[in-house]
Structure formats: structure tokens, C-alpha cells
Design a protein around this ligand. Structure first.
Ligand code: SF4
Length: 628
């Protein structure tokens, strides 16, 4: 279909679907380039609805970087909601880009963001709606190059059969290398395999079709074999030595989106070493953006967007060395803007009273979020989050004293060696904090407990441990439901079946690709949405493929077992993860390596990058504040 035909069809369809603003494009700051004058066309996809995709900072950064190139255009595409998908299929209308309404199959490259695993069936659905073969082996020279990136790709095997290539790590620099590689190949006339081999030689690019997987009798992996000279082994995570400039011309959406604000990454990486946290392991080393650069970027973006809120993003913003300087400067520079400053993920240890006072009047009064994750000293030592209960209680008292009414607490159940007493302790701690709040602000005090379920993620010290079964999770959730359902206390928990899906997809091997494909054929879509998650489709898919889901989740994996993601190197040595896992079994904690390096492997793995970028790079062990 031509863009004109798509526009005509949209005129008929949009009045019949929910939130038509998701499908129109035309927003302020979108970038439109002349297709006849631009040699390479890239479609950037988020495999969920516009409301979520538009809040994805990673895609906004790539959109900005690609469109800065005169000979490259980048346009956006999101998954249509089921009503729109039905209308499109009925009208025979393919998936299209928001900017110019070109069908996705007209693009040279489709880049799919995969921050989490439960987006996989939507990604397949986008390929199907675009008329692009779902399997890499079925694609011709005319089909766009299909690549993916995002944290979920650190175990790329469950989606290995669907992507020509996957970016392992940070995309800001490698995306241009991939596009230039594609450009040369297009002019070469060579077969698609030649493109695969060239891509496979780029640092941080994994081309699954060039690796063969061998299994043991018992179903575990025997080894993964690179089947081409260009195939790196292992594929080492890509990093950028210095955080590139943050985009300032953010697109202003027509419909409400999840984060309707300016988002700017103030720091990348975290060295706290929480053992369940995959992000903390795969985003090392820590790199901080200078205060001046952050404030100038916010100033520019305010003028180009009109947003009145800014999200200062990182894995643990209170660990950003000059955090107080930053908030002070923001308050000084934007004192007449009534700017709301949100600082997600504050760590209890470094969350100072000064910071709390500084945030008064700038941040939403809705509530304060803290993440103790576990309620007993023993469990917090096992997960390496050694905060004392006294420290936690003292911090919550200060929060209530400063006028916040609601404290949101993140906990996790299903952690290694957890007992029902540890779960009971979560309820006790929430009640104790509420009681303290009531002493300070009376009945207005609220405690909101959000309890997720632990999944042993690849590239973490816990990657060998099994998950709780659905029955075990339900028993623990029932205990909390009985205890935390009363005035002033609120409980959120995640659906155990949804947790299992995420666990299968993050711990699976290449055979899971068949399960994902079969589940999609059985109608699985929007798996991240509880009301759409189709558990039956997945169980039938496992059965039809002849795989036992429990093999991936409820089995302790021996330390010497070849893991499906062992050929992907996240920069942290496997030996370091083994040591840290063994430390956890003894309840031995490890301080933040900013206070002293543990040689996790980052230093050695990126020594060459460090040598080529002197002074720009992180300073493991001590991170130099950019203002010194
Ligand atoms: S190399 Fe050292 S300082 Fe750097 S992240 Fe690893 S343990 Fe921390």
C-alpha cells in the first residue's frame, strides 16, 4: 500500500478505534524527511502501544542520532491495540510509520526495542502486520534488515530465529555502524548472508544464524559453536565511553503517555551490586553526565516542548555524585518555571535529608518510593542490600515529618533461601512504618507495598538458582494479602503466571523461539498486560513443541553447566558472578565498588576502549565527579 492509500484507509478506520491519536503522527517535533532525497530509511519500533513506546528514552535517543544524519531518515512505529489491529487486518492495511505513513516493508531496516521479554509476541505481530517473514531464514534480499536491542537481548536465544542481528549493550554508536554496513551491502548486490557476516564482525552485534547450538541428552546445552570466522565468541557487550548528548527536541504527544515529561539520563550504570539486579550488572561501568550539561539540556528542551516535568533518570539517582548540586542548580535556574522534578529510584543508604529537603516543593507530593526489597537482615545480606532496619525506619520517619503522606515500598518474594518468616517480616515492616507515620501525621499516613516476584536473571550472581513455583508464590502472596489488607495499607503483587512467562523467556535457550512462535500462532499478544496475557496459549505452545517449562525455571543449574547466554559477555566475568553467588550463600555482603574495586571484569574487558578514550571514561574504582 502507498502512503496515500494508507492515509485514505486511516480516514475510515480511526473514528472506529480507541485513542486514534496513537495512530496519526503529526506531533510537534516529529522529523519528516524527503524519501526521494534520503538513501537509508530506518523504522524504530516499540512492540507495545504508543502510550508506552513514546516514553521509551532509548528510542528517542536513536531517533535523534539517526535523523541527525543527512542521508538517513528514522520514523516511529508501535504495536496497534487489538481494536486497531482487527480494523487494519480487515482493511488489508499493513503496519505503517507515523511520520510519512510508509508501510514498514518499504524501510531498509526495522529496529525493535526489547527492554523486557514479555514484548516478544508483539514483536512477531508487528512483523506479521508488516508482511515481513517472521523467521530470518525466510527473508529475501528485498526484506528489511530486522534487528533488536535492549536489556532483554542479553539472553537473545529465545528470539534468535526472528532477528537478523541483535545489539548487545548500548546502541548509540553501533546503530550508525550497522546502517553504514547495510548501505554498503545494498550497493554490493551480494546475498543476505554476506550482510550477516559483515554485521557479525561489529563489536556488540550478535548474528544468531552464524552460531549453532548443541544440546546434551538431558536437554542442557553442550556448547555453542560459531559457524563463521566473523562470528565473535563471545559477543562482548557494547558500551559508549561517554554518555552522548541527550535529545532536546522531544516529540510532544497528542495523547497522554506513561511519562509525559522531559526524560534525561543523569547517570548510566550502578555499582551497588544487588545480586538479583540484572540492570546493575549489565550496565556497568558507571558514567555520569555533568550537572551543567543536564541543566542546559533541560533548559533547551523546555523551550522546544513546553513540558512542565523532568525525570532525572538512572538506576539509583541518589548515587549520582553531585546530586545535591544538580537539584540546587535546577531549582535556581528554573525557579520561575514551576517545574516538577521526579527522581525515580532513590537508594535508602544515600538518600539524604538534604536531598529530601531540596526536593520539597519540586517533586509530586504523591508519595515517596523506597526499595528495601527484603524485610529481614538475613535476606538483605543474601541479596547484597545491607540496609539496617533502623536506617529504613529513620528514613521513613523523616519522609513523613517533611509532609509526604504515602511511602511506597518495593519488596520481592521468591528470593533464594527465603522462608515464610522472611515474607511475614515484609508485613510486619509495613505495619511498623505505618505505625510510625501515624505517630507523626496521624491517619493521613499511608504505606503502599508493591511486591514483585524474583526471577533469576542471566548475567547475575543468582543466574543458577531456581524460581519459586506458582504454588509457592501464591502461598506467599496469600500470606501478605491476609496481613496487608487494612486501613492505611495497600498491597500490589504480580500475577505468578506472568512471572513464569518472563522467567521462561529470560532463562530459555534457542528452542524457546519455537515456543514463542507457536504461542503467537495461538493468539498470544500483549503478554505484559494482565488482561491480555493468554497463559493457555503458552502452555499449549510448550506442549506442541515438546518442551517442559519447569526445565527452565524450577531446576538449580550446576555452576559448570553451559548456560544459553554464555556466549554473550556482559563485561562482568563469570568467575566474579560465581564468587558473588557463593558469598551470598554465606550471607556475605559486598560494598559498593566505588569504595574499592573488586575487579568484576569491566576494567580488563574495556581496557582497550579505556586506552582509546583517556579521561572520558569512568574511573573504576573511584568515579570522578564531572565537576572536579
Ligand atoms: S571494575 Fe571494579 S570498580 Fe569497575 S564496576 Fe567492576 S568492580 Fe566496580
Amino acid at each position: 500500500m502507498t502512503p496515500e492509500e494508507i492515509k485514505r484507509a486511516l480516514k475510515r478506520i480511526l473514528p472506529t478505534v480507541q485513542k486514534p491519536g496513537r495512530y496519526t503522527g503529526g506531533e510537534y517535533n516529529q522529523i519528516i524527511k524527503d524519501w526521494s532525497q534520503t538513501s537509508i530509511r530506518v523504522a524504530l519500533a516499540f512492540p507495545d502501544i504508543y502510550d508506552l513506546g513514546m516514553s521509551n528514552l532509548g528510542l528517542a535517543i536513536l531517533y535523534d542520532i539517526l535523523n541527525q544524519q543527512p542521508d538517513i531518515l528514522a520514523e516511529r512505529v508501535y504495536t496497534p491495540w487489538p481494536d486497531m489491529e482487527a480494523a487494519m487486518r480487515q482493511a488489508g492495511m499493513p503496519l505503517y510509520s507515523l511520520e510519512t505513513k510508509h508501510q514498514i516493508s518499504d524501510f531498509d531496516l526495522l529496529g525493535v526495542s526489547l527492554p523486557y521479554e514479555t514484548l516478544y509476541t508483539n514483536a512477531l505481530n508487528m512483523l506479521d502486520l508488516s508482511g515481513i517473514p517472521l523467521l530470518t531464514i525466510h527473508r529475501s534480499r528485498e526484506d528489511p534488515l530486522i534487528i533488536a536491542g535492549g536489556h532483554a537481548t542479553f539472553n537473545p536465544e529465545p528470539v534468535a530465529n526472528f532477528f537478523d542481528a541483535l545489539v548487545i549493550g548500548e546502541g548509540e554508536e553501533v546503530i550508525l555502524e550497522i546502517v553504514r554496513c547495510l548501505q554498503e551491502w545494498r550497493e554490493s548486490g551480494e546475498p543476505r548472508e554476506a550482510l550477516h557476516r559483515t554485521l557479525a564482525s561489529i563489536w556488540g552485534v550478535y548474528v544468531p544464524s552464524l552460531y549453532h547450538v548443541h544440546y546434551q541428552e538431558n536437554g542442557t546445552l553442550s556448547y555453542i559453536e560459531p559457524a563463521a570466522n566473523e562470528a565473535q565468541f563471545p559477543v562482548i557487550k557494547r558500551i559508549v565511553p561517554k554518555l552522548p548528548p541527550s535529545p532536546t527536541r522531544l516529540i510532544v504527544p497528542y495523547v497522554d503517555i506513561t511519562h509525559d515529561r522531559i526524560s534525561i539520563e543523569i547517570m548510566r550504570g550502578c555499582t551497588r551490586g544487588c545480586r538479583f539486579c540484572q540492570a546493575g550488572m549489565i550496565t556497568r561501568p558507571v558514567r555520569e553526565r555533568p550537572v551543567e550539561e543536564i541543566v542546559n539540556t533541560v533548559e533547551q528542551t523546555l523551550t522546544t516542548t513546553g513540558f512542565n516535568e523532568v525525570g532525572l533518570l538512572s538506576l539509583s539517582s541518589s548515587d549520582y555524585s553531585p546530586i545535591l548540586d544538580l537539584i540546587r542548580e535546577m531549582k535556581r535556574r528554573f525557579s520561575d518555571h514551576h517545574l516538577n522534578i521526579s527522581l525515580p529510584s532513590l537508594r535508602i543508604e544515600t538518600f539524604s535529608i538534604d536531598l529530601m529537603d531540596l526536593l520539597k516543593g519540586t517533586a509530586h507530593r504523591s508519595g515517596f518510593t523506597l526499595a528495601p526489597e527484603a524485610a529481614t537482615k538475613r535476606m538483605r545480606e543474601i541479596i547484597n542490600k545491607p540496609i539496617s532496619t533502623e536506617q529504613l525506619m529513620a528514613t521513613t520517619r523523616e519522609i513523613y515529618k517533611r509532609g509526604w503522606h504515602t511511602i511506597k515500598l518495593y519488596f520481592m518474594i521468591g528470593l533464594p533461601s527465603e522462608t515464610l518468616e522472611d515474607v511475614q517480616a515484609i508485613a510486619n515492616l509495613c505495619k511498623a512504618i505505618l505505625a510510625e507515620g501515624r505517630l507523626i501525621i496521624g491517619k493521613r499516613a499511608r504505606v503502599h507495598a508493591s511486591v514483585s516476584t524474583f526471577i533469576p536473571k542471566p548475567h547475575t550472581p543468582f543466574q543458577w538458582v531456581p524460581c519459586d513455583t506458582i504454588e509457592q508464590i501464591k502461598a506467599k502472596q496469600d500470606l501478605l494479602k491476609r496481613q496487608l489488607r487494612r486501613h492505611g495499607l495497600k498491597l500490589n503483587w504480580s500475577d505468578p503466571r506472568g512471572t513464569m512467562l518472563e522467567a521462561w523467556l529470560s532463562r530459555g535457550d534457542r528452542r524457546l523461539s519455537q515456543v514463542v512462535l507457536e504461542a503467537w500462532r495461538q493468539g498470544a499478544r500483549f503478554d505484559a498486560w494482565q488482561e491480555h496475557f493468554n497463559h493457555q496459549a503458552w502452555m499449549e505452545a510448550f506442549e506442541s513443541v515438546g518442551l517442559d517449562p519447569a526445565f527452565y525455571t524450577h531446576r538449580e543449574r550446576p555452576i559448570d553447566e553451559t548456560l544459553p547466554w554464555d556466549h554473550i559477555h556482559a563485561g562482568v566475568k563469570k568467575q566474579f558472578l560465581i564468587e558473588d553467588y557463593q558469598w551470598s550463600l554465606q550471607g556475605q555482603t559486598r560494598a559498593d565498588c566505588r569504595e574499592g574495586c573488586y575487579a568484576c571484569g569491566i576494567l580488563t574487558k574495556y581496557a582497550e576502549t579505556r586506552r582509546r578514550h583517556p579521561g572520558k571514561l569512568w574511573k573504576c574504582p573511584e568515579v570522578r565527579s564531572p565537576n572536579q
